[in-house]
Design a protein around this ligand. Structure first.
Ligand code: ATP
Ligand code: LTN
Length: 338
């Protein structure tokens, strides 16, 4: 029962593309925070399949990964009784609002997006319009739910800023319509880098599987990949410039254990990279073990996952439609009598 004296909880929205199995980058940069934020916020978490098709996807893989995406959210600790979880393409309001917002977004501001520049280079044979308008769809995702806070890794900061700009512009022209969202970016874990090239972000769609640890990887593979992570020719475990590979492993270790960099440096004084890498690998594998177990339990029950999907789409759709009809009224789309 809603109580008038009760303070309204703030709203969270976030999503991950089903473009591969989640990596420890996705987990430490985003999903780990999604889990803890459930205590104090009304949370909505989305599997953003429409964003994933901005690069070519194999249809069968996309379908499978979408279902697995939902299972991974739950396995990581998103509680279906507390939070709404759904698949983006199941709520048509995302595409509908995206069109309206696109008409209120400038070509120039989209041209400045670094993700667009990066992905157009990476996929130079497929620089499609969806890749360019990707941030508009993301703004629609966020603004449909009157979101206050968006927990993401640092790479998404620019996209949240453009969502804020779009919301402010729309509110300025048509009157108060959207909550202006803020990014929530963790200090530790906001950018986990590739294990094979520490100058690059760890990414689930990287063609080299040794560059990432995915969160349901076997214990042995996790330890092996971290052991082989590219570091420098020094041997001192220290958080310092020029030691990007070691800094990344310290970041991972600190995110999983809560230990400060100072404490980690002390722990490994006089020990070499070998000991350190083994500790990081084992810690990582230990922390991921319950996620892996829960994931295999969940994926064995497809009908349960489908029922959650359906329920999530209904709940999210209800909220989204309310915002969309407000927007349609404000911009002057003719309303049919009920
Ligand atoms: P893709 O490889 O398909 O581009 P991705 O692995 O980069 O995908 P996204 O789906 O784009 O992941 O991101 C989902 C969430 O995870 C976002 O909040 C993003 O900021 C965060 N994230 C992704 N990679 C990292 C990383 N290496 N470190 C920290 N956070 C990350
Ligand atoms: N662009 C994001 C995924 C994403 C998202 C969102 C994140 C799509 N819509 C809304 C937060 C809120 C990415 O991580 N690549």
């Amino acid at each position: 029962m809603e109580n008038n004296t009760e303070i309204k909880r703030k709203k969270i929205f976030s999503g991950v593309q089903p473009s591969g199995v989640l990596t420890i980058g996705n987990y430490l940069g985003a999903i780990k925070n999604w889990v803890s934020l459930q205590q104090d916020y009304d949370c909505i978490y989305c599997v953003v399949d429409m964003h994933a098709i901005t690069v070519r996807q194999n249809p069968a893989d996309l379908r499978r990964r979408t279902l697995e995406g939902l299972a991974l959210y739950i396995a990581c600790g998103i509680d279906p009784d507390k939070s709404i979880m759904f698949v983006q393409s199941h709520v048509p309001a995302h595409a509908e609002l995206s069109w309206v917002l696109g008409c209120n977004t400038m070509f120039g501001e989209l041209s400045r997006m670094t993700q667009f520049k990066d992905k157009s280079k990476k996929h130079s044979d497929n620089v499609n319009a969806g890749l360019f308008t990707y941030p508009v769809l993301m703004a629609a995702d966020i603004l449909l739910y009157q979101t206050d806070v968006v927990p993401v890794g640092i790479d998404q900061k620019q996209h949240i800023e453009i969502a804020r700009d779009i919301a402010e512009r729309f509110n300025g022209v048509y009157g108060d319509t959207f909550t202006v969202p803020e990014a929530y970016i963790p200090k530790v874990g906001m950018k986990i880098t590739s294990l094979t090239d520490p100058s690059k972000k760890m990414s689930k769609s990287d063609p080299n599987p040794n560059s990432y640890v995915n969160i349901i990887e076997s214990r042995d593979d996790t330890i092996r990949k971290i052991k082989r992570a590219v570091t420098d020719s020094d041997s001192e475990v220290r958080f310092a410039e020029g030691k990007d590979g070691i800094c990344n492993l310290m970041n991972i270790y600190s995110s999983f254990t809560g230990k400060s960099y100072e404490k980690i440096e002390k722990e490994f004084t006089g020990k070499g990279y070998g000991d350190f890498k083994l500790a990081v690998g084992e810690t990582c594998a230990d922390c991921l073990q319950p996620i892996r177990d829960e994931f295999s339990r969940l994926t064995a029950d497809k009908s349960y996952l489908e029922s959650l999907m359906k329920d999530g789409a209904e709940k999210a759709g209800y909220i989204a439609r309310k915002t969309l009809s407000k927007v349609y009224r404000k911009i002057g789309f003719y309303q049919l009598p009920r």
